[in-house]
Design a protein around this ligand. Structure first.
Ligand SMILES: Nc1nc2c(ncn2[C@@H]2O[C@H](COP(=O)(O)OP(=O)(O)OP(=O)(O)O)[C@@H](O)[C@H]2O)c(=O)[nH]1
Ligand SMILES: [Mg+2]
Length: 419
């Protein structure tokens, strides 16, 4: 078809800009898009990585202003596991299918070397499921529940001393697979001056180890300023709480201590509001988009290359999917043919070997039979001779017996005549 053969550059060359003389109506396209998206609802998947009891569930409850009713995890698991829960949330007319995926037992093992493996496998499994759906002939992506993780909140222990090696190793392994936002958990346990030092130490360590964390995008003018400023506040120091405290005439989410109250949504107390602003209110769509266009794309490219697909041939010349498929198909058929030939040859060889073996056995049997036959004949001859000899002996015996009977009779007769 000629239309397919036209190169993109040629299409552009033939393009002209025209002015409309009246209202046509395609300026409603963005609205149509918004309506359709609202109708379909949205999906957002959060991965929370952090040691047991670091406040992951409490922060999720605080962020979405609800109670996800999660239960505490055990501390003595032999391996790290991932637990995902999906919730349907609605705010005005916007429906959000939210999945929160939690690490269970992270950092609890004595040997923490493989702690990241379960997480990497889980992320890859979600990419793989999406890829398999995409590769189906009859695919249903619009109704498919996309479980790919859009963001990873990495909970850093508020030690004040910098990152642990498990943090660095894990984030390094994940930085090409998911948008990472590092956060300092339970930030109410660090003093104000320590916190600043802690934050810059963490950033230094991340940089020194080449860990790429998610940067809020600054290319969109409407949010570039706020995103730019927020990028300099990473890692956010957050506090979560499920308790509410009355302050003045307002009830706020807070943590109460004997010496005072930490308000979760007070910006001078912690960065919770900044995190919520960036994660939910400003950049949720960017994270969804980056997951698809960057992380999933990378996974897909690697997997297709693994399966033997490529956009170029050995000489770096463009190759279509169909060409690659046909090449692979013919190579596969050739391989099959070769295997079939090999198997046939092997079969013939085996049959020949078996035939020779059988012939040898037959020969052996024949010679055994001949020997037996010869032995039998000799035995028969010997027995015949023996029989003949016995017969002769019997005849001789009978003859002698008769002879002796006769001589005895004559002798008796002679005696009686004398009387
Ligand atoms: N000081 C302080 N304590 C917190 C904070 N967030 C949560 N906690 C407390 O830490 C404990 C554990 O909180 P969770 O939210 O259950 O922690 P988690 O990480 O979900 O724990 P697991 O799911 O069991 O791994 C609870 O007693 C919380 O009240 C915080 O920001 N500061
Ligand atoms: Mg929890």
């Amino acid at each position: 078809m000629a239309a397919i053969d036209v190169e993109p550059t040629k299409i552009e060359a033939a393009m002209r800009t025209l002015k409309l003389s009246g209202h046509v109506g395609f300026d409603s396209l963005p609205d149509q898009l918004v309506n359709k998206s609202v109708q379909n609802g949205f999906v957002f998947n959060i991965l929370c990585i952090g040691e047991t009891g670091l406040g992951k569930s409490t922060l999720m409850d605080s962020l979405f202003n609800t109670n996800f009713e999660s239960s505490p995890s055990p501390h003595n698991l032999p391996t790290v596991k991932l637990k995902a829960h999906t919730y349907e949330l609605q705010e005005s007319n916007v429906r959000l299918k939210l999945t929160i995926c939690d690490t269970v037992g992270y950092g609890d093992q004595v040997n923490k070397e493989d702690s990241f493996k379960a997480v990497v496998d889980y992320i890859d499994a979600q990419f793989e499921a999406y890829l398999q759906e995409e590769l189906k002939i009859k695919r249903s992506l619009p109704s498919y529940h996309d479980s790919r993780l859009h963001v990873c909140l990495y909970f850093i222990c508020p030690t004040g001393h910098g990152l642990k090696s498990i943090d660095l190793v894990c984030m390094k392994k994940l930085d090409t697979k998911v948008n990472i936002i590092p956060i300092i958990a339970k930030a109410d346990t660090i003093s104000k001056t320590e916190l600043q030092k802690f934050k810059s130490k963490i950033m230094q360590e991340l940089q020194a180890n080449g860990v790429e964390i998610y940067q809020f995008p600054v290319d969109d003018e409407s949010v570039s300023e706020v995103n730019g400023t927020m990028n300099s506040h990473i890692p956010f120091a957050v506090v979560g709480s499920t308790d509410f405290v009355k302050i003045g005439n307002k009830t706020v989410r807070a943590r109460q201590y004997p010496w005072g109250t930490v308000q979760v949504e007070n910006e001078s107390h912690c960065d919770f509001v900044k995190l919520r602003e960036m994660l939910i209110r400003t950049n949720m769509e960017d994270m969804r988009e980056k997951t698809h266009a960057r992380h999933y794309e990378l996974y897909r490219r690697r997997r297709l290359a693994q399966m033997g697909f490529s956009d170029v041939d050995a000489d770096n010349k463009p190759l279509s999917f169909q060409q690659t498929f046909e090449q692979k198909r013919s190579a596969h058929l050739q391989e099959l043919q070769q295997k079939e030939d090999e198997m046939r040859q092997m079969f013939v060889q085996r049959v020949k070997e078996k035939e020779a073996e059988l012939k040898e056995a037959e020969k052996e049997l024949h010679s055994k039979f001949d020997k037996l036959k010869k032995d039998h004949t000799e035995e028969k001859k010997r027995l015949e001779e023996l029989r003949k000899k016995i017969e002769d002996d019997t005849i001789e015996f009978n003859r002698r017996k008769q002879q002796s009977a006769q001589s005895h009779h004559t002798l008796t007769l002679g005696k009686s005549k004398k009387k």
